[in-house]
Design a protein around this ligand. Sequence first.
Ligand code: UDP
Length: 498
Amino acid sequence: MAPTKDAEPPLHILFFPFLLPGHLIPMADMAALFAARGVRCTVLTTPVQASTIRSVVDRANGSSAAGTPMSISVVPFPDVGLPMAAQSGRDLATSRDYHDRFLQTVELLREPFCRFLSDHHADIDAVVSDSLFHWSAHATAEHGLPRIAFLATSMFARACTDTVLRSNVFESCSDDHGAVVSLPGLPHRVEQRRSQMMDPAKRPHEWAMFQLIHAADRSSYGELFNSFRVLEPGYAEHYRATQLRRRAWLVGPVALASGSLEDVASRGAVAGALSPDAAVCLRWLDAKLASSVVYVSFGTMTNFSPEQMRELARGLDLSGKNFVWVIAKGSTAASSDPSTPDGFPTANRGYIVRGWAPQVLILNHPAVGGFVTHCGWNSTLEAVSAGVPMVTWPRYADQFYNEKLVVEVLGVGVGVGAEDYASCLETHRVIAGEAIAESIRRVMGEEGDGAAMRKKAKELGVMPRGAVEKGGSSYDDVGQLMEELIARRSSVGCTADG
Ligand code: UDP
């Protein structure tokens, strides 16, 4: 229960998630986490997104002794000419047109958000807004409400990006492909290839957008992270005290607090339920030896060229390992069918999932011993929580920083050799099958650093649950934020009364 006085209503937090699954799902989980602690939580979102997270809300309300602490307030999807089927955002990587239209929603949701705040601000204690809605900082300030930002990434990546945006790191660096940039002032020595970074010389619009996002977040009350302290050693202190002097709460992994693995895996699936194919895939895994299968999936927004698909298929073949490979339905990649190249060994060693895979269940299956991932933060956190080492294959956004955390700071992964930062619609350098196979064998092998990496991954894998349980660091951070908001409510009330 919320530690409010009997006569006081519970805290009420408005959650305003961005519409893409990688942002929406963790914010819904986060709301469920606060609801479980007695906070009234309203999620403001659009119809398709509401149906994606309905099961999270139903579960939160079903397990609460305090009535219905979690609700969804639905606003229409902005009219950008996107068909209903494309409104989930999972086709973004397939077409420039879809991609650009979808991003227009960032601006067009301003009006319904402001209207909601005008109507309900007196009843709200705080707004948790996706950082991409940078304009929500101004709108919440206008109503005297604290805005808490959430960008669905690691604290490590956020701290790196912050350093890059605020320091002139590119000034003294050549623009050769191999040029290396040093990021000063971080708890770890971080050096990154320029080609792996959002470079203002090549991406002025993206750079300007992130300047806006960071300025809004810096002016906000604080930031929430779907992470936990032990995972990002030194970064909570870096954020709160040493360098940035910002309020930050690490409350994750948020998914762990919101139900069984089945419940977690079904978030994002059509109608919130796993398809029969999911059960077939899990039965296929049941027949495999422990740690003998590599799971290959690149989240919801990664697109590979047909040539890269062929090399990936060849790499899986050369690795000699069993595999489960997720190929999102509707992606360009899916149209270049990898099961047809001559000799592709799906028959015995491989299982291809087309559509939504039960990722959390797969990663936690004893047969899975490695994960080839694009290092989206949700996937990274899910692998960490399952104790599975990673082959890292970042493409853009925060993914190269997450790779650094996994490979260099935590020592639970091997890089496949991705060098170029390029969005889901741009061309990447093709990674050869031999390099893919070599990385998989390293992570899954019994010899060399593979065994040590797996041991570390297993050790790390037991920590997330401790963090979210009563007395854990993430549990405490949730309580800490609630206390601060209650104290703020009292002080604002006193000021108003006085
Ligand atoms: N996911 C899933 N099944 C799929 C594809 C994705 O369950 O077939 C989930 C995955 O478990 C993760 C999220 O979707 O929770 C993807 O988020 P991430 O940050 O890893 O990548 P993004 O899609 O945002 O690039």
